[in-house]
Write a protein that binds this ligand. Structure first.
Ligand SMILES: [Fe+2]
Ligand SMILES: [Fe+2]
Length: 185
């Protein structure tokens, strides 16, 4: 059980369908719900007299992160995940299904590159947090730090599941289906 998202993590050998559903629920939906709440809290804190020094920089980095993730997740939801599911359910490689794009390799490579960018932004966020100085020891600030850490952890788990489980397995399935001698029979 993932503590941060309270969603059951599928077995390593669960179907790719189960893995996509898990990632959508525990990470995509979680981010769509929690990220705007965090930004709202930070905006309110920014308007207070005891606004921490450096908060503006954190907010800017979070905005960049949100834009980056919204675009990235939309591509996975509209293109890559449906393609992976279709390949699994039909037991046919995308090359034989007359769908766009005709392979999972290209979109996966693109998503992996975007994950690198997201991780760089998260590193920047960590630096911004280190350089931020609260002017008073307030409860509001410690809960914001906790919420940012939870967000960063959820995103790192999200990327790790895609990079180490979903994407390698989708690539392997495509390779196996392409090599199947019954493919053209
Ligand atoms: Fe994702
Ligand atoms: Fe992703």
């Amino acid at each position: 059980m993932c503590k941060k998202c309270e969603a059951i993590v599928p077995d390593l050998h669960a179907s790719l369908e189960d893995w996509t559903v898990h990632i959508l629920t525990a990470h995509h939906d979680w981010l769509y719900r929690e990220f705007p709440l965090l930004l709202h809290t930070l905006q309110k804190l920014k308007n207070r007299d005891d606004c921490p020094i450096g908060l503006e920089k954190i907010l800017n980095t979070l905005m960049v992160l949100k834009e980056d993730l919204d675009t990235h997740m939309a591509k996975e939801e509209r293109v890559l995940f449906p393609l992976i599911r279709l390949m699994e359910v039909t037991n046919r490689p995308p090359q034989d299904l007359s769908v766009m794009p005709g392979t999972v390799v290209g979109p996966i490579h693109c998503m992996e590159g975007e994950h690198e960018t997201t991780l760089e932004i998260l590193n920047q966020l960590g630096e911004d947090l280190k350089n931020c100085t609260p002017v008073s020891a307030s409860h509001a600030w410690s809960s914001v730090v906790r919420a940012i850490s939870e967000l960063a952890q959820n995103i790192r788990e999200h990327i790790d599941k895609e990079n180490t489980i979903l994407f390698p397995r989708a690539r392997q399935l495509e390779e196996k289906l392409l090599a199947d001698p019954r493919r053209f029979s």
